[in-house]
Design a protein around this ligand. Sequence first.
Ligand SMILES: [Mg+2]
Length: 221
Amino acid sequence: MAKPNLVVFDFDGTLYPFRPYDSEQTLVLSHAKTKGPLFRLRARLFVRADQRGAFNNPQFYKRYEKMIRDVDPVLLEKTAGDLAALLGKEDVQAIRDLTEIADLAILSLGTENLAELFLEELGLRDEFFLIKAKRIHWKKNKAYLQVNIGEAEGKRANLEALRETYENIVAIGDGPTDIPMLRAADLGLLLIWGAESSPHPFELHASLPSACERAKEFLTS
Ligand SMILES: [Mg+2]
């Protein structure tokens, strides 16, 4: 943490595109393939309901924790690897270029382990000094969740706390839960992969290189 500039990213939908599932839905569905038909059905219903926006955050966490109770670390690695494969060389380079002028962090409502393994796969793990979201731990082979950020408001509060250290903060996110954090930043950017119009009143970028370039321009001007 030596630089005066910080770029905060959301994880799901921002650092990789939904195709069509997010990282947690992908993990649940992959894990379900190793289980019986009833569990597979429950997993599909859970993901469908989540995509409809049926759960608030605490409701989601409780159900997600149940769905991944028997998941093993190897499947997390595989899931993160599949997500990392959605990025091109130019995406990875765009993130790496940012580190010349800014420290990087992830504030997310997703899963920290998945974000870390994703970055590791891309060779970017050391580029991010902070990754805060929910963490999967294991105890006697059973997975459980530790919620380090539980609501959109938590992202904003964590960003505000970093103001003590940084003069300039750019936040980049894709969805409604990013809005408070985008508002709290000096520059908030929406990154929605391939989008042509913005659902929220923030500057829209349709690719990672475009958003990173804009962040760089803002922080060096
Ligand atoms: Mg997101």
